[in-house]
Design a protein around this ligand. Sequence first.
Ligand code: TRP
Ligand code: SF4
Length: 328
Amino acid sequence: MTEKKRIVSGMRPTGALHLGNYHGALKNWISMQDSHDCFFFIADWHALTSNYEDTGDIPSFTRQMIIDWLSAGLAPEKSTLFVQSHIKEHAELFLLLSMITPTPWLERNPTYKDQIDQLNNKDLSTFGFLGYPVLQAADIIIYKAQGVPVGIDQAPHIEITREIARRFNYLYGNVFPEPETILTEMAKILGTDRRKMSKSYHNAIYLSDTPEAIMSTVLKMVTDPQRARKSDPGNPHVCNVYEFHRLYSPESMVSTIDKECRSARIGCVDCKKMMAKNLIDVLAPIRKKNLYFKDHPEIVDDILASGEKKAGQVARETLEEVREAVNL
Ligand code: TRP
Ligand code: SF4
């Protein structure tokens, strides 16, 4: 039997997960649990790189995120689940990697420039923010990951990780594999306003939303913008509600809606209600588990403790090798 490939990935603690997070990352992680040796963690130190002024939400956001992971199907008996800042070795490796990482690699990182432009209300001219990819590299190679499942936006960071691993191996001897990027297909679903689904745009549907919240959010969704009246034929292929139907409704309903939308036999409100009902049904078990884990915090604590134990052991072994290679 060949050993399972090890993969590592993380998410910054942003609180409750929405469907964009689910389809953009979590669903893929869940599907890799049987075929891979998975390490998944909450990147709370990374949250500080851009949010160092306001850290108050980190504990509750971390908690909600792990609960959403578990509720959606990440399983502690399959995957190693933990919080980044609990494994102090990440920080030690980060420090050592920072010694060998040329700053131009970080300055030309496209996400660095994008974020500085986008988050222009924050002062991001910090050492920590520039070093974001170095910390990310430490997160990954500390477990000697062979692959990193991420969305396309993170691809430049994995490229930097590979370069750092290569440089370390060149300088000190072969310690780290160079991890592959395992790209997650992005689902086409958008937020209610047809922008990217995002917490900060207030256009998201959350895994833990109540049925009432889901219905009211769906009813606010922008549909085919060309379709002003019920009597106008619509084009489902430019409609976000239709993309949701494709994910959450039975195939027969999807093809009926396709036809009836084009011939103006169904109105958008009815179409949305049908979709919302299916979405509510799909999310019901996740919501139920959410409530269960919130009622049983000790179960979540135990899961994190055992993940931490496993991750800590691997991290400590790697650091021993690293210190020896660096002559420390
Ligand atoms: N930068 C990632 C993001 O914003 C989060 C992250 C931190 C990560 N460390 C990682 C992802 C290591 C993969 C591997 O989504
Ligand atoms: Fe979209 Fe449905 Fe309205 Fe057609 S009927 S435009 S698919 S919401």
